[in-house]
Write a protein that binds this ligand. Sequence first.
Ligand SMILES: N[C@@H](CCC(=O)N[C@@H](CS)C(=O)NCC(=O)O)C(=O)O
Length: 254
Amino acid sequence: MASTLNLIGSLAASSAALWRGTMSRPAARQPVKTLQLYEMENCPYCRLVREVLTELEIDVLIYPCPKRGERFRPEAIRLGGKAQFPFLVDPNTDLQLYESADIIAYLYTTYGECKIPSMWRLKLVDTTSSMLASGLRTTKGMFARPSSPAQKPLVLWGFESSPYARLVRERLCELEVPYIIRNIGKAQWQDFALTPIRNRLWPDFEHLSENRQALKAKTGQVMAPYLEDPNSGVSMFESDEIIDYLDETYGRLT
Ligand SMILES: N[C@@H](CCC(=O)N[C@@H](CS)C(=O)NCC(=O)O)C(=O)O
């Protein structure tokens, strides 16, 4: 029951955020080295940046910096000088950037190699809707909980507006577990079909998105979220099971 309500809340948050971060159109140029984002899951400004990363199908290494977090917050402050999130580090250009609007402009011009789409110029609409989405998630994905460190970053296949993937990201943030997002936003109308239906109707369906192709080659299907933990060799679909796994593996009782 609690998890159903949580999912409905997550669905409401995606609707409040106007389902940005659903569609993907690969960036003209993909970063050679993975971008790094210091952020908080439920920060409205961080959400806007993650939405753009889905839209450009750019993978990103997330360093969760929840409030009261002690694992990556000090590193973000050491690198950038202040505790403000989102904070982007691009090892390809040696650039470090605060301010969501500047980060979004940077991503579009550097990797999209295009002007910022007009929807991203409606800053009041974007920010207000993202704040509403954050409000609907209350304190989820906001505060650190006791945890053990992960030696290597986990890998999460998903896309920003996925209500299921959000539940997993919230827990990863609270546990301060670093992870790489492999963005699998939707690129074709068939991508909107539920996975079992798509598998049945079009078993040989070829995804346009490279990340979707890679996930299908790996698992035989495309569904979000899919978690891989290189520390244990465990990998799994299903948000409920992933969250249980994260709690058991990285959660620490006080
Ligand atoms: N104008 C900035 C605002 C960023 C901002 O206010 N972020 C908040 C989180 S939503 C923050 O960093 N708070 C400091 C903290 O949580 O310690 C942007 O668009 O990036």
